[in-house]
Design a protein around this ligand. Structure first.
Ligand code: XMP
Length: 530
């Protein structure tokens, strides 16, 4: 079993990043709400505890505090921002409502050669002080350290920007080491978990497979499991992992709603049924979906119909597998943390994220969610370790309603056929075009974009081909770059790449005579057109 770091969440927007950075350092970590019980802290088995930032003010009465067991557990503790303030307040220091609020870039001077910061700096001043370039975001500040603490960092605005009680291995910083703007943040967190907490780098996906396989076997025993395979990364990796654990006790259901990308059905069947030997039921429900979508133009109504029919088809197939006791889903860790509610008392019952809404209740199946501890990049690494092809595991996201939200207005089979082919040409060209042929590491435009696809516009425009006039449909190309899909920039694809895609689509896809490129950012536009 690997060592683990417990992160208590006081409601910061960036708590997840703490877990990400710790895991990047090769150490498992989990986020739990700040108000877990003392008993939880005592039995959890953490090698170290990190207290996150948060929006509250410890100077106000009824605000979050860490369970006192945190400071009595005998393990190192790192307080970050609000975590530092509550540590100070709970151990006898004084926190004041700061008159000067500090947001953004700051330069912090390190003091006291503590085990956390010693030798870590961005530059050294003429006087020989080690300086750190950090990200600050706080109103309150610690004015007086608790007994036993010494100064670890300061800024002119925040004379106590870091403090440490090295005999108890308690450390606290007012800035945020988990964000990349704090240049040495990764080094500090790595220092904390490895050298101060004594954790080994024992969290990696190849080893995790064994642990996960054992856990799945223990959980399901000899029961049968069903899983809705969508072709997306999460359900695919979940399927491969569960299959590794229980083989033929797993049956996957792959619903083709007629709104998938070109050859997607074949690709999924080849990979899972042929190569991995997974039992997959392939349901071609195109006619059923198209029938219900006929005449419907409103995007939300289309989404609802597709979701509802999906459940319908899945339920019918699941009903045929009368021995199944479990429904497996590709829920991942960010879904779990997000649905747990942030730093609010009583709001942290962890709800399951239902990829296929409503199914567990009506099918009376227990949920199996083997990826619920993993971040997306870990899911991808796990997929590769399980033998799934890199090109599949690193695919762009694809929405559940599929091409249904990329065909504007009414969805017709004919439109879907045209769009599939245009989209495949676009993706093929992105995959075949290197961003910088001179660069040492060659990445393609597919990898340099976060999401790219074609959109079908059901309007006709006039064109000329050979000697004849055409009057055909329009396709829009969309390619974006984004970290989190909440905001996005349109990708500055090279003109010759766009030109090649346009030529090929118009020449190869009869029925389309015009291609345009979408140059809208999000906001104000969204990534999808519907
Ligand atoms: P928007 O269009 O909201 O998209 O900027 C952000 C991300 O979400 C995906 N998306 C969906 N995924 N069902 C899904 O499973 C949906 O109805 C849906 N709508 C948008 C979109 O592809 C992008 O990655």
């Amino acid at each position: 079993m690997h060592s683990k770091i417990l992160i208590l969440d006081f409601g910061s927007q960036v708590t997840q990043l703490i877990a990400r950075r710790v895991r990047d350092a090769g150490v498992f970590s989990e986020v739990h709400p700040y108000d877990v019980s003392d008993e939880f802290i005592r039995t959890y088995g953490a090698s170290g505890i990190i207290l996150s930032g948060g929006p509250s003010s410890v100077t106000e009465g009824d605000t979050p505090r860490a369970p006192m067991a945190v400071f009595e557990a005998g393990v190192p503790v790192l307080g970050i921002c609000y975590g530092m303030q509550t540590m100070a307040a709970q151990l006898g220091g004084v926190v004041e409502n700061g008159l000067v609020r500090e947001f953004g870039y700051a330069e912090v001077r390190a003091h006291g050669h503590t085990a956390l910061l010693n030798g870590i700096n961005d530059f050294v001043t003429d006087e020989g002080h080690g300086m750190l370039k950090v990200w600050m975001s706080h109103g309150d500040k610690v004015n007086q350290m608790p007994e036993g603490f010494k100064l670890m960092a300061s800024t002119p605005n925040c004379p106590i920007a870091g403090m440490a009680d090295e005999s108890r291995r308690f450390y606290a910083v007012q800035f945020h080491p988990e964000v990349t703007h704090t240049l040495q943040g990764e080094a500090m967190l790595s220092r904390f978990v490895h050298e101060i907490c004594g954790c080994k780098s024992d969290w990696n996906m190849p080893d995790y497979i064994e642990e996960a396989v054992a856990a799945i076997r223990a959980q399901v025993g000899s029961d049968e499991v069903i899983l809705g395979l969508s072709g997306g990364v999460d359900s695919s990796v979940a399927a491969a992992l569960i299959h590794r654990a229980i083989g033929d006790q797993l049956t996957c259901v792959f619903v083709d709603h007629g709104l998938l990308r070109l050859n997607e059905g074949k690709m999924v069947m080849d990979m899972f049924a042929k190569n991995l030997g997974v039992k997959v039921i392939h349901v071609d429900a195109t006619a059923q979906f198209m029938g219900h979508l006929a005449g419907v133009t409103d995007p939300e109504a289309k989404r609802k119909i597709i979701g509802r029919e999906f459940v319908e088809v899945f339920q019918v197939e699941a009903g045929k597998l009368s021995n199944a006791k479990w429904l497996a889903q590709g829920t991942i860790y960010p879904d779990v943390i997000e649905s747990a509610g942030k730093g609010k008392k009583g709001a942290h019952t962890i709800k399951s994220h239902h990829n296929v809404g409503g199914l567990p209740e009506t099918l009376n199946l227990k949920l199996l969610e083997p990826l619920r501890e993993l971040f997306k990049d870990e899911v991808r690494k796990l997929g590769v370790a399980l033998g799934l092809p890199h090109s599949m595991v690193y695919r762009h996201p694809f929405p559940g309603p599929g091409l249904g939200v990329r065909i504007l207005g009414e969805v017709k089979h004919e439109y879907a056929e045209l769009l599939r082919r245009a989209d495949a040409i676009f993706i093929e060209e992105l995959r075949n075009t290197v961003v910088d042929p001179q660069a040492e590491k060659q990445i393609t435009w597919y990898d340099a974009t976060s999401q790219a696809f074609a959109v079908f516009l059901p309007v006709k425009s006039v064109g000329v081909m050979g000697d004849g006039r055409t009057y055909d449909y329009v396709v829009a190309l969309r390619a974006v770059q984004t970290q989190d899909f909440m905001t996005a920039h349109w990708a500055h694809l090279p003109y010759d790449l766009l030109g090649r895609v346009s030529n090929r689509i118009i020449n190869e896809v009869r029925g389309i005579n015009r291609v345009v490129y979408d140059i809208s950012g999000k906001p104000p536009a969204t990534i999808e057109w519907e």
